[in-house]
Design a protein around this ligand. Structure first.
Ligand code: PLP
Length: 380
């Protein structure tokens, strides 16, 4: 079989061996974690063990972790007007234009307003300040720590200071940032954090909402009835997935900085190689701080779908647009918000490296891209 080279870690990461081992081990204790007998307590122990490392990814407290079926569900839980801190309620919702569609489409506010970003995809803080003043009441802001398509890092701490000065609350989607850059409560000032297991080497179908403090309460969470997860998320816990999430988080905490440094080296080498291939290559978000592992780029006149298929045949896995909904060819709302011309955005590709990436991935990707671009040029 032809070797494969996986450069799509922002879509999902391969399962870490430690996470796989934890999941396999967690299949045996079959009890319901809510049961008081020994079988139930054994399953409960696995869930409780996972809380510490997951919380530590964002410098939070283990007690403030609410396990969910993924980040999409965690965002749907967080972005609701029924959250309260003491008696304070939140009015409207503000979202940056480059948030994940799970935030843009999955919130439960009747009055949501989209805030612009600059040409590099960073939130316009002046627009945020005006929106906070115009709102005239405390609002919630949804702001990613880093974008999944471009890797652009948002000014979360600055935004949190503005939001808090107006009595509001910041929900930070740290799905792509966790384990890759510092994105804890202390550095960002966020009030709630969103995590997903499958972006850090854990399984798909597990995520978390981490609350910044115990004073936050939700009057009407979307899933009610069973009282699990402190009443924030009813439903019997997915014990093996949560155990895998905990193991992946523990490894990401320990190896994350070294993995991120290695990914940055690979990403930078890849960027230099493709600029040498085609000097007119556009790099999106180039002037902004970016995740160390992500590169979003486009060669003018080369359609992303054509390139993706050519690269896949050569064994190289890339992504175009938003990988969370790949399979559907649609315009990237992220590049659109950054003011990228539709023709250029149609050629956007994303390379993202991760915990098991190696220099051979860069070599294979550059060779495949060189061949594909050469063919496109000869046909033109
Ligand atoms: N937020 C961001 C930034 C993402 O990249 C993704 C998935 O790609 C999600 C949220 C949704 O995560 P999940 O697949 O766990 O629902």
């Amino acid at each position: 079989m032809k070797p494969r080279f996986y450069l799509d870690h922002n879509a999902t990461t391969p399962l870490r061996p430690a996470a796989r081992a934890a999941m396999v081990a967690a299949l045996e204790p079959f009890g319901n974690p809510s049961s008081v007998h020994a079988e139930g307590r054994a399953a409960r122990a696995l869930v409780e063990q996972a809380r510490g490392p997951v919380a530590a990814l964002v410098g939070g407290g283990a007690r403030n972790v609410v396990f969910t079926s993924g980040a999409t569900e965690a965002l749907a839980l967080a972005l609701r007007p029924s959250w309260r801190r003491e008696r304070q309620a939140w009015g409207g919702l503000l979202l940056s234009a480059t948030e994940h569609l799970a935030a843009l489409q999955g919130h439960d506010f009747a009055d949501a307003r989209i805030l612009p970003v600059d040409g590099d995809g960073r939130l316009d803080l002046a627009a945020l300040e005006s929106a906070l003043e115009e709102a005239g009441r405390p609002v919630m802001l949804a702001l990613q720590a880093a974008n999944n398509e471009t890797g652009v890092v948002q000014p979360v701490a600055e935004a949190a200071a503005l939001v808090h000065a107006h009595g509001g609350l910041l929900v930070c989607d740290a799905v792509q940032a966790a384990g890759r850059i510092a994105c804890g409560f202390a550095t960002t000032g966020a009030d709630m954090m969103i995590l997903s297991a499958h972006k850090i080497g854990g399984p798909k179908g597990a995520g978390a909402l981490v609350l910044g403090d115990g004073a936050l309460h939700c009057d009407r969470p979307p899933l009610r009835g069973g009282g699990q997860e402190g009443g924030f998320r009813a439903g019997t816990e997915n014990v093996p997935a949560i155990a895998g999430f905990g193991a992946a988080a523990a490894e990401a905490l320990q190896s994350g900085p070294a993995e991120a440094a290695r990914a940055a080296g690979l990403r930078d080498a890849f960027q230099s190689e493709i600029m040498a291939l085609a000097p007119d290559m556009a790099i999106f978000g180039a002037q902004a701080p970016r995740l160390p592992n992500t590169l979003c780029f486009a060669a003018p006149h080369a359609a992303a779908e054509t390139l993706l298929m050519a690269l896949d045949i050569e064994g190289v896995a890339f992504s175009s647009g938003s990988a969370c909904s790949s399979g559907k060819v649609r315009r990237s709302h992220v590049l659109e918000a950054m003011g990228v011309a539709p023709g250029l955005a149609a050629g956007a590709l994303r390379a993202s490296f991760g915990w098991n990436s190696v220099p051979g991935d860069v070599e294979a990707a550059v060779a495949a891209l060189r061949a594909a671009l050469g063919r496109i040029k000869r046909r033109a």
